[in-house]
Design a protein around this ligand. Structure first.
Ligand code: EPU
Length: 424
């Protein structure tokens, strides 16, 4: 086990490049299963979740090579259809092989990933969507078991909530179904648009991407392709908030300001200067931030994945903020760790009231998920003294070389063995 030792007090200054999005790359890797042959993906982030997905695709029969941020996936004519628990439990996103396997093999057995430290994370919309497409879907012995021996048939599907994962699974299943599928109340995240682009390059017929109604005309066969992963808006947002909190000045290349409009408006309201540049954006701040209220919502709302970081900013802001979490019921769990640094936060249901303090004070903390980890690191950057962040394998799942990048921007951070922890 390793931990980060963060010494607070430095302003982040300089330039860093954001790589492709975790939450796109993992799905693009799954989409490669839809076509026999070699698919090449570029700008795939070097994170452990990509390693787990690589292992899963290999288990299904694909040959996967990684060279830096380029991933080639050779998919044979016949692939396996079972995703075992020991792989799925490490990576909840592996549920996104369900749609591709079902539509390609007529069968899919994917272990139920279970909940995690941010909430229960149901799969009912994934399953009922596939049932609408004509599959038999049930849960047996801890697996989602889906069967469609005669193939899938297009249908009209209405999602109760614009679920990212359900939209992706239904979309990937529908591209090879007979006839037309309409997905209403679909998710609109840039990662959905990214996968639509890739699927269209593979031969799919999709209209309405980026809107809440997707029309998919099924095709007989898909072909392999080459695709560059969309830049990671959550990592871009994390650096933007870090720049503002530390009263720094950071240029984020390859970051797409248009994918972060509400976040950047929120930072501007907190007092930051935000400039859009030809290949990215620049965020600078010289004063203490002013408190900002935030409500998390599906895209284009404020992303839940940046909620811990904006709470960290509010913890040292001037004033009191109300943060409302609408996506995950347990995402406020990490505030107990933030309280160890002296943050004043009161949680009531899905609201958190954050009373800003002039400073925080370093302490040992434990992270329970990727984004809570990033929030705690950001808080450590502005705390007096040392903050030891344990269980950083969670952070490694989503942030390529976070310590290296922080150090390049002038932060006093090291990664070191954690003598106190032997498990998570
Ligand atoms: N939900 C259901 N039933 C379903 C599907 C979802 O109840 O059938 C609920 C979930 O329990 C959750 C909410 O709907 O409360 C949102 O879930 P959604 O399906 O939109 O999220 P996801 O696909 O499971 C992805 C990202 C998350 C990100 C969310 C929301 C990946 C691998 N994960 O999850 O990212 O928070 O969308 O934007 O794409 C992260 O990167 O740290 C992370 C958690």
């Amino acid at each position: 086990m390793e931990r980060f030792r963060v010494v607070g007090g430095s302003s982040l200054r300089g330039s860093i490049r954001v790589s492709g999005a975790k939450n796109s790359a993992l799905k693009l890797m799954a989409a490669a299963l839809l076509a026999e042959g070699r698919t090449t993906l570029y700008d795939v982030p070097s994170i452990t979740d990509v390693e787990y997905m690589t292992e899963l695709l290999r288990r299904l029969g694909a040959e996967v090579e990684r060279d830096g941020t380029t991933v080639t996936i050779d998919v044979p004519a016949k692939i396996g259809h079972a995703a075992p628990y020991e792989l799925v439990r490490r990576l909840r996103a592996s549920i996104c092989v369900l749609g591709p396997l079902l539509t390609r093999c007529g069968a899919a057995d994917v272990a139920l990933p279970g909940g995690d430290a941010i909430g229960s994370r149901g799969l009912d919309m994934h399953m009922s969507g596939l049932v609408k497409l004509g599959a038999e879907v049930g849960v047996e012995h801890g697996f989602v078991v889906a069967r469609a021996p005669d193939g899938l048939t297009g249908a009209n599907i209405w999602l109760d909530f614009p679920s990212v994962g359900a939209t992706e699974n239904i979309l990937m299943a529908a591209v090879l179904a007979k006839g037309t599928t309409v997905i209403d109340n679909a998710a609109r995240e840039p990662e959905i648009v990214d996968i639509c682009h890739m699927l269209i390059d593979m031969g799919a017929r999709i209209e309405g991407m980026g809107t809440s109604t997707l029309h998919v005309e099924g095709v007989e066969q898909m072909r392999p392709t080459e695709h560059v992963t969309v830049p990671d808006r959550i990592v871009t947002g994390t650096w933007s908030i870090a720049a503002a909190m530390t009263r720094g000045d950071v240029t984020i290349t390859n970051g797409k300001a248009e994918h972060l409009e509400i976040v950047l408006d929120t930072l501007t309201a907190a007092g930051a200067e935000v400039h859009t540049e030809p290949d990215g954006l620049r965020v600078a701040m010289s004063e203490r931030p002013t408190s900002v209220d935030v409500v998390t919502l599906p895209y284009p709302g404020f992303p839940t994945d940046l909620q811990p970081m904006i709470i960290a900013l509010n913890a040292i802001a001037d004033g009191t903020a109300m943060i409302t979490e609408n996506v995950y019921e347990a995402r406020f769990m990490f505030v107990n760790e933030l309280a160890r640094l002296g943050a004043e936060i009161r949680v009531d249901g899905h609201h958190a009231i954050v009373r800003g303090r002039p400073t925080l004070s370093g302490a040992p903390v434990v992270t329970t998920d990727i984004r809570a980890g990033a929030g705690l690191v950001l808080a450590g950057l502005v705390a007096e003294g040392e903050t030891l962040v344990s269980a950083v394998h969670h952070i490694d799942r989503g942030y390529p070389d976070l310590v290296g990048q922080l150090r390049r921007l002038g932060a006093a951070v090291v990664r070191e063995p954690d003598p106190d922890r032997f498990d998570d």
